[in-house]
Design a protein around this ligand. Structure first.
Ligand code: ATP
Ligand code: MG
Length: 412
């Protein structure tokens, strides 16, 4: 199987963009400044990773591809579209992007799963082609070549897939079994996760391009996070350097600023829910506990114990500042290797530490990083450092400037 780097190289070799990039930079959040060569690569990756639901059928001949401009302004799905101008022949190498070997997991799972009740089936009759005012094209499992398994989730498996039609987009297909969703009474949670994630657009938030369903399963078409889970990296390295931690926290804070501006609270931030894109950029995934909460304060206790803020431990109402607390825990965990209130004696001991705000720093943690963590881990939600201030914090600014100065970008 080709390594991610060779996949990246193969993708970079596909000259499907008609316009050379001359800007030299792309949307950055400090550490993410990129060379023009890298930007070109990202553009190409985005083209491949992003199924364009609006490609008119007549433009899909093997001799034409859409230009960047054509893709960025989707034509109305109802209006007949002018024929897309052939810009460059599609390269035969497109097919050679190795998506790995399919292990037959869908068929194996299918044999083991039962059917859902008609009511649950109605709740889970999800199809992005029929929802809302902006219908996308209809997808089904037959539209994809299925490759290697990427992981296993609560309700099913995730695979690396490629669209059979040109230009052979690469994405991750997450399968959720309706029976298991309805057995755990999570129909509403799954619906909410999809509704929220499909409307989000930020370089550090995992894109959901669409979804479809069959009798037994719901499929989510997700951006392919080529470098996998941050959690695995953290386990491998024990802890991250200041440079790497600050880069991730910088990207996290930018993404959270965006989510909160859309009134979305994530509520389950932790390394397990953060993936890495092909260029090592952080991608917030897993919106299973997120809510769209324009005004009201909420009471549901959710998320993961080590990341729970004191107001949730006390079962008091909470708001978007729960994500600020979690950002403080995450900063600590990246730099130290474990969360600050972890207590192996059990749940009650951890909860007591959270309520008392009792934690300490190992000596290697710098004064600047301690200051940011301290300002985020405030018992009083209103006293937590607001995100615009987080972005200006000296620890983030210092490492951002160093990365920009050295041109290190996403290197660790
Ligand atoms: P859990 O509750 O265990 O987190 P889940 O239902 O939320 O399960 P995910 O975390 O979304 O499932 O997916 C399971 C695993 O599949 C992830 O940990 C990750 O390794 C892999 N994975 C999921 N989505 C992607 C993606 N878009 N790109 C690459 N790998 C992915
Ligand atoms: Mg998950």
């Amino acid at each position: 199987m080709a390594s991610i780097n060779s996949v990246t190289r193969q993708i970079a070799a596909l000259e499907i963009s008609s316009k050379p990039n001359t800007t030299g930079t792309t949307r950055t959040n400090g550490h993410q400044k990129k060379s023009s060569q890298e930007v070109n690569k990202i553009k190409l990756l985005n083209k491949l990773a992003a199924p364009n639901p609006f490609i008119p059928a007549h433009s899909k001949s093997s001799s034409s591809v859409m230009t960047t401009k054509q893709q960025s302004r989707p034509p109305s799905p109802t209006k007949p579209q002018p024929k897309a101008k052939p810009v460059q022949p599609a390269q035969p190498t497109e097919r050679t992007i190795d998506i790995g070997k399919y292990d037959g997991g869908f068929e194996n799972d299918e044999r083991m799963r039962g059917v859902v009740s008609s009511e649950a089936a109605r709740e889970l009759a999800l199809d992005s082609s029929t929802s809302g005012s902006n219908p996308t094209r209809e997808w089904s499992l037959c539209d994809f070549d299925i490759g290697r398994p990427l992981g296993k989730g609560k309700f099913g498996r995730v695979y690396m897939v490629r669209t059979k039609e040109e230009p052979h987009f690469i994405l991750a297909l997450k399968c959720l079994y309706k029976k298991e969703i309805s057995d755990s009474r999570c129909e509403k949670q799954v619906r909410r996760e999809i509704e929220i994630q499909k409307n989000l657009r930020h370089p550090n938030v995992l894109r959901m391009y669409g979804y479809f369903h069959d009798e037994q399963r719901v499929f989510l078409m997700l951006e392919f996070a080529g470098m996998g889970e941050i959690y695995k990296q953290l386990c491998k390295h024990g802890r991250f350097s200041d440079r790497r931690s600050s880069r991730y926290i910088d990207q996290m804070s930018d993404a959270l600023l965006y989510l909160h501006s859309k009134h979305v609270i994530h509520r389950d931030i932790k390394p397990e829910n953060l993936l890495l894109g092909l260029n090592g950029e952080l991608k917030i995934a897993d919106f299973g506990w997120s809510v769209h909460a324009p005004s009201n304060r909420r009471r549901t206790v959710c998320g993961t114990l080590d990341y729970l803020p004191p107001e949730m431990v006390r079962e008091r109402p909470h708001d978007a500042s729960v994500d600020l607390w979690a950002l403080g825990i995450l900063t600590y965990e990246f730099l130290v290797g474990n969360p600050p209130f972890e207590d192996l004696r059990g749940v009650a001991a951890t909860q007591d530490k959270i309520k008392a705000g009792r934690y300490s720093f190992p000596s290697h943690v710098s004064a600047e990083a301690r200051d940011l963590i301290f300002k985020l881990l405030q018992q009083d939600p209103e006293k937590r450092l607001p995100l615009p201030e987080v972005r200006k914090h000296p620890w983030l600014v210092k490492w951002r400037q160093r990365s920009e100065g050295s041109g290190a970008g996403n290197a660790s």
